[in-house]
Design a protein around this ligand. Structure first.
Ligand code: ADP
Ligand code: GLC
Length: 502
């Protein structure tokens, strides 16, 4: 079975968050399970530069927004046997830096056109254009490739020739919303300008297109399915998502972690490696010294070190963290490391706090992959107070790295972290500290519980060990995707045989 996996980012070529990790880990795991996989990605300037050897394998044109775009497909290899197809359209993607934002941190003015045209090229590849892509199932991700399932229908009236599609929602809060003019300029059928299709409160929603037209919709944790089927988590799409769930065509599949990249026993970014069996306590301490040195701090190594890594946006609960940090510093010896970038307002507030608490709040504003690994390997406690979290990978990394996380009881965080209580300590299931409701007081209480347990090394080490023994690898999480692909193929063939297809 051949899967065409369409994504707007992928580690290690270009990454802004978890989608980049998933787009690497899942295809590699699918390949290890014996599937054929080709990943389709826009040929951003940096991605093309990092892609290694690529060769032009197909050329065609896409007409949109009054222009004829010349498309070159450049093929390479992402990793052992996983194909990479870069959609090279220089006027749209030959730009430096972040895939979605310009140098000032604003959305590129033509993002709708960029990803609309990308989706058009990907759909044409899926239907055999250029004869370079094989697709028994097309798997699309987030709004940037959400138009593909609909475009497959637009381009190919013969249902038998159309591969079934899966659309995965990694984050419902990014809708890919644009004015009607873009919908028209992309040449989409006028019948689709309807609230049951792509129209969303007067705007054109690419995300909604994916939800409506894909044969099956998934999201990245079972917990998040519950949240998006009601408000406020549904961001206005809860009823259509509930309908799909009732029809059995929306399901939650928990993300996995890529143990070839995130594994403390083999992590090249860790100066001192360790495993649950070897060197956990001593090596983590050495990593902590290294981390503190790198951040130029003279803080006490004995004091507990709490870490946060992530996009500095409202979703991540950074406002709650800002609210509790002064009291935490005043009332304990704990120090905090924050690695992140995003909304200027949060960056500035963190910088002000770091000035007010020199040496206590250690800040790195920016994106640095290797520092993220060192935070996981060197901190004692990980902080993830997300307002909502579709899945979250960092809490799973922190479990694997023996850095028990403090998390809000939401989405994938709730699905992956077991709160420490007398009962869960006794039965060996405790892995972290879970708080609710989403308030500063509840976060403070959870951090205090974590610090109290940290002061009792034997119990603390048991919680670390419980987390490190969890298996969140993609090996497991790839299986439900494979079952889903197989079922869709089966239903597709049955529908064709019985003439049920449109
Ligand atoms: P999201 O996808 O919402 O950003 P996840 O927890 O799923 O959240 O994934 C975030 C990924 O991005 C992790 O691999 C994390 O280490 C990485 N990341 C986020 N911000 C930074 C940063 N500033 N520097 C390095 N890595 C980062
Ligand atoms: C999104 C979500 C995050 C998830 C990631 C990968 O960015 O915010 O929770 O882990 O996608 O699916």
């Amino acid at each position: 079975m051949d899967i065409l996996f369409v994504t707007s980012e992928i580690y290690p070529l270009i990454k802004t968050g978890g989608l980049g990790d998933v787009a690497h880990g899942l295809p590699l795991a699918l390949r290890r399970h014996g599937l054929g996989v080709q990943v389709v990605l826009p040929a951003y300037r940096d991605a093309l530069a990092r892609a290694g050897e690529v060769r032009a394998v197909a050329r065609f044109t896409v007409t949109a927004c009054g222009r004829e775009y010349a498309v070159t497909i450049r093929a390479g290899e992402l990793a052992a046997g996983v194909g990479l197809l870069l959609v090279d359209i220089p006027p749209l993607f030959d730009r430096p830096g972040n895939p979605y934002l310009d140098a000032d941190g604003n959305d590129w003015w033509d993002n709708g056109e960029r990803f609309g045209v990308f989706a058009m090229a990907a759909a044409r590849l899926a239907l055999g254009e250029g004869a370079v892509a094989r697709a028994d199932v097309v798997h699309c991700n987030d709004w940037q490739s959400a138009l593909v399932p609909a475009l497959l229908q637009q381009y190919c009236a013969d249902a038998a020739r159309r591969p079934p599609s899966v659309f995965t929602i990694h984050n419902l809060s990014y809708g890919g919303h644009f004015p009607y003019e873009l919908f028209a300029a992309l040449g989409l059928p006028s019948a689709w300008w309807h609230f049951s299709k792509m129209e969303f409160y007067g705007a054109f929603s690419m995300l909604k297109g994916g939800i409506v037209f894909a044969d099956h919709v998934t999201t990245v944790s079972p917990g998040y399915v519950e949240e998006i089927c009601r408000e406020p988590g549904g961001f206005g799409l809860h009823s259509i998502l509930s309908q799909r769930r009732a029809a059995g065509t929306l399901s939650g599949i928990l993300n996995g972690i890529d143990t070839s990249v995130w594994n403390p026993a083999r992590d090249p970014h860790l100066p001192y490696r360790y495993s649950v069996k070897r060197g956990r306590v001593a090596q983590k301490r050495r990593n902590k010294q290294q981390l503190l040195r790198q951040l130029g701090s003279g803080v006490a190594e004995d004091a507990p070190l709490l870490g946060f890594v992530g996009r500095l946006v409202e979703q991540k609960g950074i406002d709650l963290l800002l609210e509790i940090l002064p009291a935490l510093f005043d009332s304990s010896t704990a120090n905090v490391v924050v690695v992140g970038c995003g909304m200027r307002q949060f960056e500035r507030q963190l910088q002000a706090l770091a000035r007010a608490y020199p040496g206590r709040l250690l800040l790195y504003i920016g994106y640095r992959e290797e520092l993220a690994h060192l935070v996981e390997g060197g901190c004692d406690i990980f902080l993830m107070p997300s307002r909502f979290e579709p899945c979250g990978l960092n809490q799973m990394y922190s479990l694997a790295y023996g850095t028990p996380p403090v998390v809000h009881a939401t989405g994938g965080l709730k699905d992956t972290v077991v709160d420490t209580t007398t009962a869960t300590l006794a039965d060996g299931s405790a892995t972290g500290f879970v708080f609710a409701p989403f308030t500063a007081t509840a976060l403070r209480d959870a951090i205090e519980r974590a610090l109290a347990l940290y002061a009792r090394p034997r119990r603390w080490q048991q919680v670390q060990k419980n987390g490190m023994q969890c298996d969140f690898s993609w090996e497991n999480s790839a299986r439900p995707y494979i079952e889903l692909y197989r079922r869709l193929r089966r239903e597709h063939h049955e529908a064709i045989r019985s003439g049920r297809h449109d």
